[in-house]
Design a protein around this ligand. Structure first.
Ligand code: NAP
Length: 234
């Protein structure tokens, strides 16, 4: 039996990809969801879901956002935050490398400004990604940021207790984060996963189920849950 019915959640980045599927599953389980994202637009209407415009890098706006939502059971942040630098570190534009940390700052802002609104019985979930622990050529910035997200959650869990906080780490997932279209997209997703134990791109819903597990299971905190098709073992 799900214990989600009647709960209230904020899903930042809930208008696309993994966040959207998390919003959908929560809404189907009877959770009232407030989605936060920059454009403040949902691609579709879902029962019990409202959307507000907020940028996780704008602390004042984020403060106003949380104050207007009030007390919540769950906080999920699945926002990408900004651009990601890809390529060899030694050739990289260091401003681009530094800018890749927007995701970390967005996550830490949302925990700092949002955790006070999460009930003691509640939970927080952030999203890292398999490059955090599976080093790939050209993914130095993404690895470093993912590691920082996972390290932040381990470090902060004791301070936030009894509230719980966890990370879900996806493999390569077929979401709008990747701009490729048509056959170029198929090639990108299949080449990127051909060596994985489950040799296909993941579906956003598969990761969202991992997020719901971390929200619901009251014996899980301070850890990283991999939903990656065996990418780490490939
Ligand atoms: N897809 C993958 O293969 C993959 C793999 C590993 C990890 N991840 C991680 O999983 C998470 C979700 O990725 P996704 O693939 O679902 O991405 P996505 O489909 O591009 O969705 C990103 C969401 O974040 C919101 N967002 C981005 N920057 C924001 C900001 N500064 N403030 C507020 N909202 C912001 C976007 O809405 P607006 O544009 O309207 O703000 C959108 O709702 C990210 O942390 C990503 O790094 C993804």
């Amino acid at each position: 039996m799900s214990n989600l019915k009647g709960k209230k959640a904020v899903v930042i980045g809930g208008s696309s990809g993994i966040g959207l599927e998390t919003t959908r599953l929560l809404s189907e389980a009877g959770v009232e969801v407030v989605v936060g994202c920059r454009r403040g637009v949902m691609p579709e209407s879902l029962i019990g879901v409202t959307v507000r415009s907020v940028d996780v890098l704008d602390r004042e706006g984020l403060n106003t956002f949380f104050a207007s939502v009030g007390e919540i059971d769950y906080l999920v942040n699945a926002a990408t935050g900004g651009d990601r630098a890809v390529g060899p570190f030694m050739d990289m534009d260091l401003d681009g490398f530094q800018a890749s940390f927007a995701k970390l700052w967005g996550y830490t802002n949302s925990v700092r400004l949002g955790a006070g609104y999460v009930k003691d019985s509640g939970a927080i979930v952030l999203v890292s990604g398999y490059p955090a622990r599976k080093v790939k050529t050209g993914y130095i910035a993404i690895s470093t940021v993912g590691n920082a997200v996972e390290g932040f959650v381990r470090a902060i869990a004791a301070e936030l207790a009894p509230k719980r906080i966890n990370v879900v780490s996806p493999g390569l997932i077929d979401t709008p984060m990747f701009a490729h279209q048509g056959s170029e997209r198929e090639e990108f997703l299949s080449n990127g996963t051909s060596q994985h134990l489950i040799p296909r791109a993941g579906k956003p819903e598969e990761v969202a189920k991992g997020i719901l597990f971390a929200l619901e299971n009251e014996f899980v905190t301070g850890t990283t849950i991999d939903v990656d098709g065996g990418a780490l073992l490939s």
